[in-house]
Design a protein around this ligand. Structure first.
Ligand code: PHE
Length: 340
């Protein structure tokens, strides 16, 4: 019997060594430990043995059983590990392969400028105002001291919806809307937005463009406030080395009116192509709010003064980045837009 077990052990060992997969392992297990195994045959002999023999044989059979189970368990683990390893090798990914690039969008250059301008003025305590792009003739011209037939209307010919409504030619009607809504209280606003004019499109003109309007009305506002504010704005936009200067101009809704110029930031006053050798570049229109505008909107011009300015956003961005054609802003060409 002992001998039988030794032979059985060797047989088992060989069988397990040859096992290649889990099915074979299960078969081998059944063969050596299952109901019809030689082990079972040996067990069946037990009752016929004496007490003494039974003890020894029992121990040997047990030992065999333990040995067999251990071999099987070890093989099972081996097979499992192998399976995992093969799977890992098969599923391996090369993390050094270049990935797929997604095109990432960005803010349009004009949106960036819009945002930057708002941030500058919010920093100065201004509120952001808005107005409609389809505007009343009353606000776009009439209450801005520009009655029907006024020659200043010629420069801002527009798209009329009907006799009373037009696409606004400037952001200045937001001055009127703001004053009417404030009902006599001081105001301090900027309003960025689109405006429309019946211009022929060329490198510096577009039938649609953007302006930034500013309006401050209070009881002790002077031209020095206007100058200080615009000087601050220009330094923020074009750099600290710049100065600004006012030249007399005309707008129906401001008196006095000025054209604001900054030191040419390309030649710093020495004269170059950009400033046409003048050393100065014109950037916006401004002035002190006309008394007719104040009184028309319910403010007593003896008590209140104000300043206003209007700046072309495209123009400022073009100057800043050396862009020579306004149409590039609206062309949606990523080769242009990606640069900013
Ligand atoms: N609205 C004027 C324009 O479009 C600019 C401006 C605004 C001038 C406010 C003075 C005050 O030309």
């Amino acid at each position: 019997m002992e001998k039988q077990l030794i032979v059985l052990k060797e047989e088992l060992k060989k069988a397990i060594d040859n096992v290649e997969n889990i099915n074979q392992l299960n078969e081998t297990k059944a063969k050596y430990l299952g109901k019809k195994s030689s082990l079972q045959d040996l067990m069946k002999m037990m009752p016929r043995l004496s007490v003494e023999e039974r003890k020894n044989v029992g121990r040997s059979l047990n030992e065999f059983k333990n040995y067999a189970e251990e071999l099987i368990a070890r093989k099972a683990k081996e097979l499992h590990d192998l399976k995992v390893r093969l799977r890992l090798e098969k599923d391996k990914i090369d993390v050094t392969l270049p990935g797929k690039r997604f095109a990432v969008g960005r803010k349009h250059l004009l949106d960036q400028a819009w945002q930057e301008l708002e941030d500058i003025f919010i920093g100065l305590g201004y509120q952001i105002a808005e107005g409609p792009e389809i505007e009343l003739d009353l606000y776009n011209f009439e209450m801005l001291n520009t009655p029907k037939g006024h020659p200043a209307r010629d420069m801002q010919d527009s798209f009329y919806i009907d006799g009373n409504n037009l696409l606004r030619t400037q952001t200045s009607p937001v001055q009127i809307r703001t004053l009417l809504a404030a009902k006599g209280d001081p105001v301090k606003i900027v309003c960025p937005g689109k405006v429309y004019r019946r211009d022929n499109d060329d490198a510096t003109h577009s039938h649609q463009f953007m302006q930034l309007e500013g309006l401050v009305v209070d009881t002790d506002i002077t031209m020095a406030d206007l100058k200080g504010t615009l000087r601050f704005l220009m330094k923020k936009l074009f750099g600290d080395r710049l100065e600004i200067r006012f030249r007399p101009s005309f707008f129906p809704f401001t008196e006095p009116s000025v054209e604001v110029e900054v030191t040419c930031f390309k030649c710093y006053g020495n004269g170059c192509g950009l400033c046409k050798d003048s050393g100065w570049i014109e950037v916006l229109g401004a002035g002190m709010v006309h008394p007719n505008v104040l009184s028309g909107a319910g403010y007593d011009p003896k008590k209140y003064q104000g300043f206003a300015f209007g700046m072309g956003i495209e123009r400022v961005v073009m100057l800043r980045h050396g862009i020579d054609d306004i149409r590039l802003f609206y062309g949606n060409d990523p080769r242009f837009l990606e640069q900013f």
